[in-house]
Write a protein that binds this ligand. Structure first.
Ligand code: 5AD
Ligand code: SF4
Length: 436
C-alpha cells in the first residue's frame, strides 16, 4: 500500500491501554497504510484511547475531543477507543457528533473494519479470540509488552474494569511464549507480562486445558534464551501463594520489583471493597516476599476515602505503609463509577475534603520514608540495563529491582548492562557514573 495517511494516537490510563494503542497502530499500519505522527495537525486520523477507572479522565475526554476537533485538519477523522468507549458506547457520538467511530477495549482488533465506517460503534465484551493478536509495534526497543489475559473476573466493588473489559480469559501459554520469543529475536531483552490480574492466570482458557498456573508461565517464559528480565503487572495479593513467591525469589530472570495493590490497610474496608484478603494476609505476604528477596522493591495502589472509611481505617492503611515500606505508591481518592457495587454505599460517601486530607497525609508519610531511604544508595554500585539516550547526553536505565538511574553516556551503551556508581538521588530516581 503506498498511501501515507497519518495517524495520531493519544493514550490515557494503564499499561494495557499502552499495548492496545500499539496494537491499534500496528493494525492500521499493516492493513490501512497509516504511518504514525506526533503532530495532531498533520493527522488524517486521530484516536483517543481512553481510561474510565476514575471519573476525571472521562470528563477530560470530552474537553479533549473538542480540542482535537478544532485542531484537526479538514477531513481528518476522530475515533474513541478503550474503556470509556466500552462503557459509554453510542453516547459518545451523541454527545460529540464529530466523533467518527467508537471501539471498546475488548474490540481493538476490529479497528481496521470500523475505521472507514462513519458512526460505527463496536463495544461488545463477549470473548473474541482475535483480541489475542499481538501487535508488533514497540515503544521501547529493549522491552516488549505482552498481554497474557484479557478482562477481569474479580468484582472489586469500586472497579469499572470488569464491565469494560469483560470476563477474564487467559491467552494460551504457547502463544505467549512464541510472542516473547519473537520479540527477543527482534532485540528485546526484557518482557512485561500484562493482565488485570496476572496471577490468576490459567483460571479460564477459551478451550479445555490441563491445569496451568502463572508460576508455570513464569518458568516457561524464563526458558527463552536471550531474554534477560521478566516483569509483570498487576498481580493480586490474594493469589500470591507460596509457590509463586518462591519462584519469584529464586528465578534470576524475574525483576525484583513487585506491584502489590493494597487498596486499603483496613480489613473491614477491604471486605466492603471485596478484595478477598485481610490486613494480616497482606502483611504476611509482603513480609514473606521481603524475607526471601533481598533488595526487593514493592510498589502499590491505595484508594483513600472509600465510602464508610473511618479515621481508624485510614490509620490502618498508614500502618501498613509504615510496615511494608513501599517504594512507590500510586494514590487515588475514591471515585464513584457507574455500574459498580460501591454505588450502593452512596450514603456512606465521604466529603471531598476528607479524601484530600487523607491523600496529603499519605503522601507526606511516604515522602518522609523516601527522603530517609533513598540517600542510603549514594556510593553504591548498581547494575542497570541501559534503554535510552536523552538529548542532554545522559543515558537512562533500570536496575534489576526497577529503580531508574541516569548517567552520562553514549549510544554504545544502549541495550547493555552496565555498572553505575551512584552519586546523587531524588525521591524517585538516581544519578551516577558508569564504572565498567
Ligand atoms: N476510585 C479510585 N481509584 C480507583 N482505582 C480503581 N477504581 C477506582 C475508583 N473507583 C484504582 C485502584 C486500582 C488502580 C488501577 O486504580 O487503586 O488498582
Ligand atoms: Fe478492578 Fe479488582 Fe479487577 Fe483490579 S482486580 S481490575 S481492581 S476488579
Amino acid at each position: 500500500m503506498s498511501s501515507n495517511k497519518k495517524l495520531f494516537i493519544q493514550t490515557l490510563g494503564c499499561q494495557m491501554n499502552d499495548t492496545d494503542s500499539q496494537h491499534i497502530q500496528a493494525e492500521l499500519e499493516k492493513h490501512k497504510g497509516y504511518v504514525a505522527t506526533q503532530n495532531i495537525e498533520d493527522a488524517d486520523l486521530i484516536i483517543i484511547n481512553t481510561c474510565s477507572v476514575r471519573e476525571k479522565p472521562v470528563q477530560k475526554l470530552f474537553s479533549e475531543i473538542g480540542q482535537f476537533n478544532k485542531k484537526k485538519k479538514e477531513g481528518a477523522k476522530i475515533g474513541v477507543c478503550g474503556c470509556t468507549a466500552s462503557h459509554l458506547g453510542q453516547d459518545i457520538i451523541k454527545r460529540a457528533p464529530y466523533v467518527d467511530f467508537v471501539v471498546g477495549a475488548r474490540n481493538i482488533s476490529k479497528i481496521k473494519d470500523v475505521v472507514d465506517v462513519k458512526g460505527a460503534v463496536e463495544v461488545s465484551i463477549d470473548n473474541d479470540e482475535s483480541t489475542y493478536e499481538f501487535s508488533t509495534a514497540k515503544t521501547n526497543k529493549y522491552r516488549a509488552s505482552v498481554n497474557i489475559s484479557v478482562g477481569c473476573d474479580k468484582k472489586c466493588s469500586y472497579c469499572i474494569v470488569p464491565s469494560t473489559r469483560g470476563e477474564e480469559i487467559s491467552i494460551p501459554p504457547e502463544m505467549i511464549v512464541e510472542q516473547v520469543r519473537k520479540s527477543v529475536e527482534q532485540g528485546a531483552v526484557e518482557v512485561m507480562l500484562l493482565g488485570q490480574n496476572v496471577n490468576s492466570y490459567g483460571r479460564r482458557f477459551s478451550d479445555k486445558r490441563e491445569k496451568y498456573t502463572f508460576t508455570k508461565l513464569l518458568q516457561d517464559v524464563s526458558k527463552i534464551d536471550g531474554l534477560e528480565r521478566i516483569r509483570f503487572t498487576s498481580p493480586h495479593p490474594l493469589h500470591m501463594d507460596d509457590e509463586f513467591i518462591e519462584e519469584f525469589a529464586k528465578n534470576p530472570k524475574i525483576s525484583k520489583c513487585i506491584h502489590m495493590p493494597l487498596q486499603s490497610g483496613s480489613t473491614s474496608v477491604l471486605k466492603t471493597m471485596k478484595r478477598g484478603y485481610s490486613k494480616e494476609w497482606f502483611l504476611n505476604r509482603a513480609n514473606k516476599m521481603r524475607e526471601l528477596v533481598p533488595n526487593l522493591r514493592i510498589t502499590t495502589d491505595i484508594i483513600v476515602a472509600f465510602p464508610g472509611e473511618t479515621q481508624e481505617d485510614f490509620l490502618d492503611t498508614l500502618d501498613v505503609v509504615e510496615q511494608v515500606k513501599f517504594d512507590q505508591i500510586f494514590n487515588f481518592k475514591y471515585s464513584p463509577r457507574p455500574g459498580t457495587e460501591a454505588l450502593n454505599l452512596k450514603d456512606k460517601e465521604l466529603p471531598d475534603e476528607i479524601g484530600s486530607q487523607r491523600l496529603i497525609d499519605l503522601i507526606e508519610l511516604h515522602k518522609r520514608y523516601l527522603e530517609e531511604s533513598m540517600p542510603k544508595l549514594i556510593g553504591e554500585t548498581l547494575n542497570i540495563l541501559v534503554e535510552s539516550l536523552k538529548p542532554n547526553g545522559e543515558v537512562s536505565g533500570y536496575t534489576d529491582n526497577y529503580l531508574q538511574v541516569f548517567a552520562k553516556g553514549s549510544d554504545e551503551l544502549l541495550g547493555k548492562f552496565v555498572n553505575v556508581k551512584i552519586t546523587d538521588v531524588t525521591r524517585t530516581s538516581l544519578k551516577g557514573e558508569v564504572v565498567n
